[in-house]
Design a protein around this ligand. Structure first.
Ligand SMILES: *[C@@H]1O[C@H](CO)[C@@H](O)[C@H](O)[C@H]1NC(C)=O
Ligand SMILES: *[C@@H]1O[C@H](CO)[C@@H](O)[C@H](O)[C@H]1NC(C)=O
Ligand SMILES: *[C@@H]1O[C@H](CO)[C@@H](O)[C@H](O)[C@H]1NC(C)=O
Length: 411
């Protein structure tokens, strides 16, 4: 029933290549404004939801006070629409003077004073996607400006530029960031723009210069968007998954858990799947109003630990048939050649009742004859130690998941 996948190729790649700025040894975690707050610049009529220093200060405060920082969320990242429409006379980037009256350095200091890290957005192009000044022609001075502002994370988008220039442009900006001496996580949109332009991305170059990169569409606030992303990562896993590892990650885009578009089951599915994909966990949600059941998903330490596992191996889809999928991610500890695993069962059927899935551990590729200690990561269920021939049966709700962890046994 299940095709058994070996992860040896993925495991080897972890040893070889990638950006070595010492950062993002596990997928970055934090908060990013875009999906929830978009380019709302109307602080006059909508002061609580516009892109402003106050929004980022409030989110930073809540990341700490509501317990998100204590489970690992640390970056507070600005997305597009923080700039004035034009650079200053000296060519420097200016933040919008009404919405960021104290300037970016003051916001960076505020976020650092909360024990968090600060991220910013720019674009390798003539303009950002929303039409603010891009970095072309100012690469070196903008990198230096970010270092002066004590930026910890730079997302570089790719609107208003030629995808054929990106091999040169993204790597050059990466070198300028490096030369500043200030270590900054470097998030690239390099491959996604090239893929859309019909150019085959050079992933070995991308891994050498970027800590994370986007391969596919922006996430939208809907289940169909989440499904499309899951399908993209499953259908293209042979090309994509081996590129992930400590210091360099595929980025399927933000978490929309807690917004308007996902049901409770669907939100659990997004969170489980992002962990299986070793994805950056960047929440884009209003932390002032998030409902408790969604908050609980985002604070699930067991699932976060799967995402943040030190081996940094991206999981894969190992089964897909009639609306049922099984995904598997090798995790630590490893005993001899036997990995531990996290397994996700997804029910994408819409015929309206939980589906039973029954499978032996062997069919999931779990072959250690000493067995595996199996637990459910959403429900408090401990299955005890199971052996490869043991059949495990799970009941999966429509558009929901069951997520397990199977720890390889030593004796
Ligand atoms: C960016 O601006 C320059 C100078 O105006 C222009 O030559 C170039 O074609 C523009 N690039 C894109 C991709 O629009
Ligand atoms: C710059 O690159 C070198 C070589 O990869 C690395 O050792 C160093 O940590 C980098 N520095 C920064 C600030 O990114
Ligand atoms: C990809 O980039 C690397 C440099 O990182 C280069 O050595 C290699 O030739 C490139 N591959 C292709 C197919 O252009």
């Amino acid at each position: 029933m299940i095709s058994i996948i070996t992860f040896i190729i993925g495991a080897l790649c972890v040893l070889c290549c990638g950006l070595e700025n010492g950062l993002a040894r596990t997928p970055p975690m934090g908060w990013l404004s875009w999906e929830r707050f978009r380019c709302n610049t109307d602080c006059l009529n909508d002061p609580d939801n516009c892109i402003s220093e106050q929004l980022f200060q409030i989110m930073a405060d809540l990341i700490v006070s509501e317990g998100y920082a204590s489970v690992g969320y640390e970056y507070i990242n600005i997305d597009d629409c923080w700039l004035e429409r034009h650079r200053g006379n000296n060519g420097k980037l200016l933040s919008d003077h009404k919405r960021f009256p104290n300037g970016i350095k003051a916001l960076s200091d505020y976020i650092h004073s909360r024990g968090l890290k600060f991220g910013i957005y720019e674009d390798y192009g003539n303009y950002t996607c929303a039409g603010y000044p891009g970095i072309i022609g100012y690469e070196k001075s903008d990198a230096e400006q970010f270092a002066e502002w004590n930026v910890d994370y730079v997302k570089l988008d790719g609107c208003y530029s030629l995808p054929s220039d990106m091999d040169k442009g993204y790597s050059e900006f990466g070198r300028y960031l490096n030369k500043t001496g200030k270590a900054m996580v470097y998030s690239c949109s390099w491959p996604v723009y090239q893929i859309y332009a019909g150019i085959q991305p050079n992933f070995s170059a991308i891994q050498t210069h970027c800590n994370l990169w986007r391969n596919y569409d922006d996430i939208q606030d809907s289940w169909s968007s989440v499904e499309n992303i899951i399908d993209y990562y499953g259908n293209n896993q042979d090309a994509i998954a081996p590129n992930a590892g400590p210091g360099h990650w595929n980025d399927p885009d933000m978490l929309i858990v807690g917004n308007f578009g996902l049901s409770y089951e669907q939100a659990k599915t997004q969170f489980a799947m992002w962990a299986i994909l070793a994805a950056p966990l960047l929440m884009s949600v209003d932390l002032r109003t998030i409902r408790p059941e969604f908050k609980e998903i985002l604070l699930n330490r067991k699932i976060i630990a799967v995402d943040q596992d030190g081996l940094g191996i991206q999981g894969r889809r190992i089964y897909k048939h009639k609306g049922i999928e099984i995904w598997s991610k090798p995790i630590s500890p490893v005993y001899q050649n036997f990995y531990s695993y996290s397994i996700v069962f997804i029910n994408r059927r819409t015929d309206g009742t939980p589906s039973d899935i029954s499978v032996t551990l062997k069919e999931l590729g779990l072959l250690n004859s000493m067995g595996y200690r199996v637990e459910d990561l959403y429900e408090n269920v401990d299955y005890g130690v199971l052996h490869p021939h043991t059949k495990i049966k799970v009941k999966v709700n429509p558009s929901g998941v069951v997520m397990l962890k199977a720890i390889t046994q030593f004796y």
